[in-house]
Design a protein around this ligand. Structure first.
Ligand SMILES: *[C@@H]1O[C@H](CO)[C@@H](O)[C@H](O)[C@H]1NC(C)=O
Ligand SMILES: *[C@@H]1O[C@H](CO)[C@@H](O)[C@H](O)[C@H]1NC(C)=O
Length: 416
């Protein structure tokens, strides 16, 4: 206090009690509130902050660095990473999603495929998976016969799986307001379908071979897909002249992979493989995950039990058409990796979080069993890229494994 600013004031204050209430927290300048809010990594904290007063709610609407994703479980429960306490959206009805795309939960139903954004409550309606337009429209499946049974020769196309009750979406991407692409299939084989939101049907190329697609990404305006052969494919999309609906015009290979395939080792282990595509700092990354499994009965191939995960990261070098192995993704970057949805995030503004890490889940396909588990509970883990070590994210953030619960996924609060 400047005692000499006004000679009369100190005297007056001494003789009179304070009439002014202490300044309210809601009166802190807006830019300061935004600054504080931007330092809170957990979505749950941002919500609590915004609930304090109207001024702070306004602050929460300003552009802010994205908070960490929520961990979503298919029973409709959520964790606000890095907290181990369950997070509840007001209202309910988010259980049994089948996929996640950014901030959208995906519910494929008989009367349509619905996307719901639990943050904004927005919805998008896509055609049901039973409504698929073949290209060419008059395509017919060719079948061979073996012992009186119809079999698919020499490879499976959409026409061989299109009537299966087991069709599931393993990946869905909202590429733009007019373009949605999805990997749809049975077991570990799938096909690329696309549509426009609100359209009556999906579009598929009837005679293309179904593949063991592992992931798909929309990167710099183009759609890319990858299978376990690690070849990066670019999907060329055109418009149906009649309806304006998107369709695949061509699929080309832009990078030739140099993959390895699961092979039993002398020590009774076998590495199972998963491939993820994720954009980080402007580059397209392929993450190769090896899940070290051991045979239940030594010397006998058959059931295997999952163990530790190991990761290798490669950057797409489009100019030389190759994957280039990298030893770091950057000291500020964390890759949140998931079968359904992966994103890279900068965590440099969050003091307590270290970068160059991969945060991952045991996210196995429901109808694709590569290995079993010998522990009852699942949780999320973090892989330190520099040291190659894995640790559990939070011992209390865990859920009981069961067939349906392996589909845990990341849900990103700020994602278009
Ligand atoms: C599956 O493809 C066949 C063509 O082989 C077609 O006749 C049939 O209507 C398709 N079924 C569905 C559900 O799209
Ligand atoms: C898609 O294919 C067409 C015709 O082959 C070609 O003219 C166009 O450049 C391609 N587009 C992309 C994005 O590759």
């Amino acid at each position: 206090m400047d005692q000499h600013r006004d000679g009369a004031e100190p005297m007056a204050q001494e003789t009179q009690p304070h009439l002014q209430p202490p300044p309210s927290w809601s009166e802190i300048p807006m830019d300061l509130a935004v600054l504080v809010l931007g330092l809170l990594p957990a979505y749950a904290d941002r919500i609590r902050f915004a609930a304090v007063c109207p001024q702070w709610r306004t602050a929460a609407r300003q552009p802010l660095p994205p908070p960490l994703p929520l961990l979503a479980l298919p029973d409709g429960t959520f964790y606000s990473h890095p907290y181990s306490k369950l997070f509840h959206f007001p209202g309910c009805g988010f259980a049994e999603y089948k996929s996640i795309c950014g901030s959208w939960l995906v519910f494929p139903r008989d009367d349509g495929c619905f996307l719901v954004n639990p943050f904004s409550r927005a919805t998008v309606t896509l055609p049901a998976l039973s409504r698929v337009r073949l290209r060419p429209p008059n395509a017919v499946a060719k079948w061979a016969e073996e012992g009186g049974e119809k079999i698919a020769p020499p490879y499976v196309t959409w026409l061989h799986i299109n009537e299966s009750k087991m069709l599931h979406i393993s990946k869905l991407i909202l590429c733009s307001p007019n373009l949605v692409a999805a990997l749809v299939g049975i077991g570990d084989t799938s096909q690329i379908l696309m549509c426009q939101p609100g359209a009556l049907s999906w579009s598929v190329r009837a005679y293309d071979r179904c593949k063991g697609f592992e992931d798909m990404a929309f990167y710099q305006g183009k759609l890319y897909a990858i299978a376990d052969d690690e070849n990066l494919l670019v999907v060329n999309i055109s418009e149906d002249h009649r309806t304006g609906d998107p369709q695949i015009s061509r699929i080309g290979q832009v990078i030739k992979g140099d993959p390895w395939y699961p092979y039993p080792m002398d020590d009774n282990t076998i590495p199972c493989k998963k491939i993820y595509l994720v954009e980080s700092r402007g580059a397209l990354l392929m993450v190769r995950r090896a899940i070290w499994c051991r045979f239940v009965q030594p010397g006998v191939s058959g059931e295997v039990v999952a163990g530790q995960s190991e990761f290798e990261v490669f950057e797409a070098d489009f100019e030389h058409s190759r994957w280039v192995k990298v030893s770091t993704v950057g000291g500020d970057q964390v890759l949140f990796l998931g079968r359904r949805c992966s994103r890279a995030m900068s965590v440099s503004q969050y003091n307590e979080l270290s970068g160059d890490r991969i945060v991952f889940l045991d996210d196995d396909e429901q109808n694709r069993v590569d290995y079993l588990y010998d522990v009852e509970y699942s949780s999320c883990s973090a892989y330190d890229i520099r040291s190659g070590t894995v640790r559990s994210c939070h011992p209390k953030m865990s859920w009981k494994r069961c067939k349906e619960m392996d589909l845990a996924a990341w849900l990103f609060p700020q994602d278009g």
